[in-house]
Design a protein around this ligand. Structure first.
Ligand SMILES: *[C@@H]1O[C@H](CO)[C@@H](O)[C@H](O)[C@H]1NC(C)=O
Ligand SMILES: *[C@@H]1O[C@H](CO)[C@@H](O)[C@H](O)[C@H]1NC(C)=O
Ligand SMILES: *[C@@H]1O[C@H](CO)[C@@H](O)[C@H](O)[C@H]1NC(C)=O
Ligand SMILES: *[C@@H]1O[C@H](CO)[C@@H](O)[C@H](O)[C@H]1NC(C)=O
Ligand SMILES: *[C@@H]1O[C@H](CO)[C@@H](O)[C@H](O)[C@H]1NC(C)=O
Length: 613
């Protein structure tokens, strides 16, 4: 009880402020609510600095999540029942009793109601406090932890909560989550040395109304013309641009440089030259007000942001693009004298987006991290937030990862046993999002792999989320086909990913004014999202609702509109990982998109052969 003195002090202060005798309120002793091993790669370096500010997010139990989930699935087959924001909020709001008890506890600790920020459904309470105040509130001690790569965060591996609140609070962060939203891109070119003046067959002398993959695709540099030809969006003219929108997310200081995007479009999608995109800044995200510093350029800042924006616009133009740039997770500098913020990736973004009346129908996110860096309870809660977007008709696509079944050398459990294991990637393991793996080559497409930088698309099985019903048949057949291979290294009963895939290697990207080539599911995710957005365009143009949460539809019907990938594997953890197979597999899902088939299967017309009915 290191903090008992200050706790008493703050409590007395609260009594003075509120005028209500504390003894009149329900009180109970603290008990540990959740703890999590400090993941390997992280080590404690010292106590948290007193002037450190924590943006505390308190997740209250959602009163009717089961009903929300039921409607999420119903929405797939009866899209007219898809919820609007007020209906979804009604299902996730906490009970009045829970909210009252949490408010009392905060007030007891000197946190006044006027300082609290509630989500529209009141299922999250946000409050900014100095670390000392949070330490009192949670009866714990925060420390600075350092990652092998040199970055720092302020966390506490375990957090207690008054016992009477345990049943009403799902999660409080930042506490014990060491999760970071890492960009899923791997540079093909040596860092800091973009390749200049690459020569490839572009713009080829072809008739774009009658173009073949062989004419326009070259594996040494993948261009929009190739992607549009390969995934058959090239002949399609969007008809619902404006009603239909697509979003992408930027984290960790990434932004989308408009001048680079213009250079890219004028060269690779000349008819889209001049196309602009909206930027919505959340929690002081980077919106490109000032040019990058030499240090930022050396670190490759905006490679990810530019890749995402350029890929989406070049495929979807003139569909409006919204870039959400979320701040609050800066590399924390432990010796800085100014107070710093510590945020959880995704929470700031998802709470912002859930509060909007209208959200793009497809959102692409090229970030993720090892599932075991997130405490299970917190991962489940973030995943439940994504379900709310699904229930509102939004398709969320996430990159499956760039290290196959796990980064070789890191494939050990984080539970104190150090047992060998594959390392699944979150949020891809969340069943309410659609996970995108990666391919390369064209005739045929095969699983991506680049020996030069070790890039292999992520795939595997969650250790936290159970297998959802909609993938049971496909995944069980795949696991049976493995015939015991990799047994003990993965959870057969877990949510398996990815769900689909797209090209992921040697994407031409304009950055810092010149062309670079990038690898990663960071590339395949915006490409796949852009194709799905065009299917929505065709649906909306016919007065039909968009696809919304994709997975149950993909596994039941949509898979027939994907090109099956049967060669290659999710190389990682010092081995070959999960192989691609006919049908669903744990490295490319059902395969890569065929826009014309998907559009027909979704009921948006076009090439409906009998076989697709
Ligand atoms: C960025 O572009 C400038 C101007 O062309 C160039 O001098 C600089 O070397 C580039 N930096 C990197 C990291 O590519
Ligand atoms: C693909 O690009 C490489 C490098 O630019 C070039 O050498 C090769 O000839 C191209 N292949 C085809 C089939 O165009
Ligand atoms: C399309 O191109 C092929 C050769 O690449 C040609 O044989 C065919 O006639 C063309 N079709 C149309 C409709 O122009
Ligand atoms: C965007 O990139 C260009 C280089 O292509 C650079 O000159 C410019 O300063 C960048 N803008 C910002 C705001 O970083
Ligand atoms: C697990 O590995 C860590 C180093 O990563 C080591 O400190 C610890 O003692 C190991 N635990 C066991 C049970 O082997």
């Amino acid at each position: 009880m290191v903090f008992s003195t200050s706790l008493l002090f703050v409590a007395l202060l609260a009594e003075a402020v509120s005028g209500t005798p504390i003894s009149a309120r329900v009180r109970s002793p603290y008990a540990v609510k959740d703890s999590h091993f400090v993941p390997r790669k992280w080590s404690r370096v010292g106590p948290a600095p007193a002037d450190h500010t924590i943006n505390l997010h308190i997740g209250l139990k959602q009163s009717q999540f089961d009903e929300l989930e039921r409607r999420l699935f119903e929405g797939i087959f009866h899209s007219s029942r898809r919820g609007r924001s007020p209906q979804v909020n009604e299902l996730v709001k906490p009970t009045d009793n829970a909210l009252g008890l949490v408010h009392d506890w905060l007030l007891d600790n000197g946190v006044e109601p006027s300082h609290l920020d509630h989500s529209p459904a009141k299922d999250w309470i946000k409050v900014s406090l100095l670390v000392n105040a949070v330490e009192v509130l949670l009866d714990t001690e925060y420390s600075i932890f350092k990652h092998e790569d040199g970055s720092h965060i302020v966390r506490t591996p375990s957090w207690p909560l008054p016992a009477h609140l345990h049943e009403h609070v799902d999660a409080i962060q930042p506490t014990n989550s060491f999760f970071r939203a890492e960009p899923r891109r791997t540079n093909w070119r040596p860092a800091g040395r973009p390749e200049h003046g690459m020569e490839w067959n572009y713009p080829p002398q072809v008739d774009v109304s009658n173009v073949t993959v062989a004419q326009v695709c070259n594996a040494s540099a993948v261009t929009p013309l190739c992607l549009r030809t390969l995934y058959r969006t090239i002949g399609y003219t969007p008809q619902a641009a404006g009603t239909n929108r697509i979003g992408l997310t930027d984290y960790l200081g990434e932004a989308n440089n408009k001048s680079d995007v213009q250079l890219f479009l004028s060269k690779f999608r000349p008819d889209a030259a001049g196309a602009d995109f909206a930027v919505e800044v959340i929690d002081n995200g980077d919106n490109q007000q000032t040019p990058n510093t030499p240090a930022q350029l050396a670190a490759g800042k905006d490679l990810e942001g530019n890749l995402d924006a350029e890929t989406v616009l070049a495929i979807d133009y003139p569909t409006p693009l919204v870039a959400y740039t979320t701040g609050g997770a800066p590399p924390f500098v432990p010796d800085a004298f100014t107070p710093t913020d510590t945020n959880e990736p995704y929470l700031a973004w998802v709470s912002y987006v859930l509060a909007q009346a209208s959200v793009p129908q497809v959102i692409s996110t090229s970030y993720g991290d090892d599932e075991q860096t997130v405490p299970a309870a917190y991962a489940r809660r973030v995943c439940a937030e994504f379900a709310q977007l699904g229930a509102r008709g939004v398709s969320l696509l996430f990159a499956s990862g760039d290290s196959g079944v796990g980064r070789t050398g890191a494939c050990l459990t984080n539970d104190g046993r150090n047992a060998s294991t594959f390392l699944p990637s979150f949020p891809s393991t969340c069943p309410y999002v659609t996970s995108v793996g990666g391919t390369k080559a064209f005739a045929p497409e095969v699983v991506a792999y680049d020996a030069r930088n070790g890039f292999a698309p992520g795939g595997g099985f969650s250790d936290y989320f159970a297998q959802p019903w909609w993938q049971a048949r496909a995944v069980d057949a795949y696991v049976a086909g493995l015939a015991g291979r990799h047994d003990g290294l993965y959870n057969k009963a877990g949510r398996a990913y990815p769900d689909l895939a797209a090209q992921a290697q040697h994407f031409v990207t304009v950055w810092n004014g010149s062309e670079v080539l990038l690898d990663g599911t960071s590339a395949s995710t915006p490409a796949a999202a852009a194709v799905i957005a065009l299917v929505n365009d065709a649906l909306l143009a016919r007065g039909k609702p968009p696809l919304g949460f994709l997975n149950p539809w993909l596994y039941r019907r949509g898979f027939k509109g994907l090109n099956d990938i049967v060669s290659g594997s999710a190389i990682g953890c010092g081995g070959d990982g999960f192989p691609a197979e006919a049908g669903w597999d744990a490295v490319t899902g059902w395969g890569t998109p065929d826009f014309l088939k998907l559009k027909a299967l979704a009921g948006a017309g076009g090439e409906v052969g009998r076989q697709w009915d």
